[in-house]
Design a protein. Structure first.
Length: 195
């Protein structure tokens, strides 16, 4: 919370007087899709802090729009790089499969674009939100993640998000998240159903 929420809040409070004086301000907070979507079970604290930041974005937009201040969030998913590839390597080891096989399975089940975006690809959203092209965009959380969280909501679902010891057949639909795997060919698995 100190970094993900209170750091952003402190930055905003420090910038507010000068933005008010100019009658213009553009705040863009980089956050995570975990703020609005069901993350894996081990990310509860992280997701809670990012959800609080998403709420702060909306609150700033509502309270300070009259001051000419716009506030938006960029909601990232996995970004290809130094944190993502070691995570895939650990997942491959846990599953007893090669890195390449695990990486490809992850892409096929999580990303409609079939690749993990780079930091450079994700960064392009920030100058847009800071520009006059986005003059009427405020209070929004823009998902910049290769379609990952959307894919999870509509049915592309990787078994890596099934709780340990459970099969995806035992999972139940929750909060717009439907546990569907490759064997189900995109069908919703209702309780007791078999693919």
């Amino acid at each position: 919370m100190n970094c993900n929420l209170f750091g952003a809040l402190s930055l905003f409070q420090a910038c507010l007087p000068s933005m008010r004086a100019r009658g213009d301000g553009r705040l863009i907070f980089v956050t995570s899709g975990a703020a609005n979507n069901r993350p894996p079970g081990y990310l509860a604290s992280y997701a809670a802090s990012k959800a609080a930041l998403a709420s702060l974005v909306r609150s700033i937009a509502i309270e300070h729009g009259k001051d000419g201040i716009r506030c938006n969030g960029v909601h990232l998913g996995p970004v290809d790089g130094e944190n993502f590839r070691p995570w895939i390597a650990g997942l491959a080891e846990q599953k007893g499969i090669s890195f390449e096989k695990c990486f490809n399975e992850y892409l096929e089940t999580e990303f409609p674009l079939r690749y993990v975006p780079t930091a450079r690809e994700c960064a392009g959203t920030v100058p847009y939100l800071a520009s006059d092209l986005a003059r009427v965009v405020t209070g929004q959380g823009i998902s910049v993640n290769g379609g990952q969280w959307f894919a999870m909501q509509v049915g592309m679902h990787a078994d890596i998000f099934v709780p340990p010891g459970a099969s995806r057949h035992e999972c139940r639909p929750t909060a717009g998240h439907f546990p569907v795997g490759p064997a189900s060919a995109g069908r919703l698995l209702l309780p007791g159903a078999t693919p």
